[in-house]
Design a protein around this ligand. Sequence first.
Ligand code: G6P
Length: 362
Amino acid sequence: LSAQKEGYRFFMEKEIYEQSSVITDTLLGRLSDDAVIFDELGKDFFEAINEIKLCACGTSYHSALTASYLFERYAKIKTSVEVASEFRYRSPIMSKETLFVVISQSGETADTLETLKMAKKAGLKTLVICNVDNSSMVRIADKTILTRAGIEKGVASTKAFATQVTVFWMLALHVAQSKKTLTKDELTQHIHYLRAIPTSVHIEDAMHERIKRLSKRYLHGHGFFFIGRDVFFPLALEGALKLKEISYLHAEGYPSGEMKHGPIALADPELFTIALLPQHMLYEKSKSNVEELSARDSTICAISPLEFDKADDFIQTKKHEHYMLEFFEMMVVLQLLSLEISIRLGNDVDMPRNLAKSVTVE
Ligand code: G6P
């Protein structure tokens, strides 16, 4: 088993480091200079579609939430997201012009599978974004986009999430291209950014060392808030989920601008705030949200490419040209932070208590 880990301490760590190469696979053959190509969707897949409904569980749900920002922003198509276990029992209204998309690493999650069956029965077009070919969902859905992350062993999902978000960014552009909601120049620009994702998730030793050292401070306390805005809000949710899964510490993801409507009452030095402060997405707004928390003595760990002196700890990310590239680098930072906290606490990172890699019963 240790040979399979190739010198990494845990499979999760190995999979975090693999992200650059698996994302390269995800992009492979799907980009030209000015177009995003999904041969697997055939022609005119999005014709007559005026709405997208995304459904998933766990980490896959967080990539779906991220996708909803991208679909509305770039493809100008109405998009909603639902947790599968809720959707299946809520008598949803399903119109024939809605594309129903399920997202699943395994393709076997019982609740997600059930929603796919419901959508098919209602006569909707269906699509699955999946990492496992020939899985139950792949067999049922009209169309499949494979994420190509390779086998993921760690129960806490990392590279599967990274490739899902990559697919969604591409898919938003693919729809934008067919609906002509972006200009050719804008598309070309995005494709240039897409090609930079593998570099953005590359981990430098100094960064990993910094996170390792800093993780010491975050082993005890009242709990964690991970905060961000726009797509950095679903990323905050995912950061909090990672920490819960493998460290068993209480963590919540929250939209930065919503903290003042309740959670800020918890602020004290024992409350840890992990703040995402990207340069290219609502920087000033997010910054003032964090300053409010700092003024109330919350212990802050800021993650940003821009110097921020109101934080107790500061993790400086690289400057990127686009907020989605910042997203990918911050994703890695959050994964490593959870990993290092969990290792310090002596937990089994790959097999966290009470969790299963794939939940095939309701
Ligand atoms: C389980 C796993 C999670 C995963 C979720 C959805 O709860 O522990 O890591 O995100 O299932 O799995 P899926 O295979 O459908 O993406």
